[in-house]
Structure formats: structure tokens, C-alpha cells
Design a binder for this molecule. Structure first.
Ligand code: HEC
Length: 138
């Protein structure tokens, strides 16, 4: 009995610490980008939700914008431009799973930015987009 309780306690503690390694809040992920931007951008003050919205809706001279798949209201469900597959809302204010796994966030920023901009997004662009998505009110 005592041994069981010990084991359970141990696994709860282990799970909790794993959680802090792999899962973060959108605010923590944004804070990391902010720290990074300070080293990359001269006179950096803070991210801009307004710039993020403009960036998100711009096609950057190509066919697609971020809004093409994630819609111009990222609180809503999106749809993949080529496969028509449903995409859950991108704003963390409408979808609690968004921006909680840094590796997933990086992977999709990389892929989606290449699709839209033919290059990776800068830290400034990622932070602006996140600031925009986090400012949206359901
Ligand atoms: C061709 C369709 C498409 C376009 C265009 C697109 N995305 Fe995505 N995006 C996806 C898909 C598919 C996923 C992964 C499935 C999911 O997580 O729902 C995704 C996931 C993401 C995620 C992961 C967030 C998380 O924590 O789950 C981010 C960030 C993201 N997109 C940002 C962008 C940005 C910024 C742009 C514009 C530069 C963009 N996307 C353009 C289809 C697209």
C-alpha cells in the first residue's frame, strides 16, 4: 500500500516535470521569441499585433497568405488550400492546444512560412503573428 502510494507520487512528480519540459503556455513561447528578438533586432521594443495581422493577411507576392488556410478570422476553423482538410482554429484564444509545444510551433512556422514566403519567418515576424493571434477576442 505504502509502496503503491510512493510509486503513484513518483509518477505524478515525473509527469509534472516532463510537462514543464515539453509543454509551455503561449505566453512563455512568446517571451522566448521576445528574448531572441532583442538580440536580433536593433532598437527592438515589443511585438506588434497590428503588424502581425498585416503579415498574416498578406500574400507576400505569392498565391497564399497565412489566412488562405487559417482564414482571416483565426478564431474560426480553417481549411487547407490544397487538400481541403479542416484545420482547427489557430488562435490560442479559440483552441487551447495552440502554442503549447515549442517544437510543433517551430515545425509549422518553418513549413508554412516556406509555403507562403519561400523562406523561413524571422523571429520578429513569428512574434508579431503570435501577438496578433493572442490579442483576438472570441
Ligand atoms: C497551405 C495551408 C496553410 C498555410 C498557407 C498556412 N498554414 Fe499554418 N498550418 C497549416 C496546417 C495543416 C497546420 C498543422 C495542422 C494543425 O495544427 O491544425 C498548421 C499549423 C500552424 C501552426 C502550429 C501552431 C500550433 O501550436 O499548433 C502555426 C504557428 C502556423 N500554422 C502558422 C502559420 C503562418 C504564420 C502562416 C503564414 C506564413 C501559415 N501558418 C500558413 C496549414 C497552413
Amino acid at each position: 500500500m505504502v509502496k503503491n502510494i510512493l510509486l503513484i507520487t513518483l509518477s505524478v512528480v515525473t509527469l509534472a516535470s516532463m510537462n514543464t519540459v515539453y509543454a509551455e503556455t503561449p505566453q512563455q513561447i512568446l517571451d522566448n521569441y521576445r528574448t531572441q528578438a532583442k538580440t536580433e533586432v536593433a532598437n527592438f521594443k515589443d511585438f506588434s499585433a497590428t503588424n502581425g495581422e498585416t503579415f498574416f493577411k498578406n500574400t507576400h507576392g505569392s498565391d497564399w497568405s497565412c489566412a488562405t488556410c487559417h482564414t482571416s478570422n483565426p478564431l474560426k476553423q480553417g481549411k487547407h488550400a490544397s487538400t481541403s482538410k479542416a484545420i482547427d482554429p489557430l488562435s490560442p484564444n479559440a483552441n487551447a492546444k495552440r502554442f503549447t509545444e515549442p517544437a510543433k510551433v517551430e515545425k509549422w512556422f518553418k513549413r508554412n512560412c516556406k509555403d507562403v514566403l519561400k523562406r523561413e519567418c524571422t523571429t520578429l515576424e513569428k512574434g508579431d503573428v503570435m501577438a496578433y493571434l493572442m490579442a483576438l477576442k472570441p
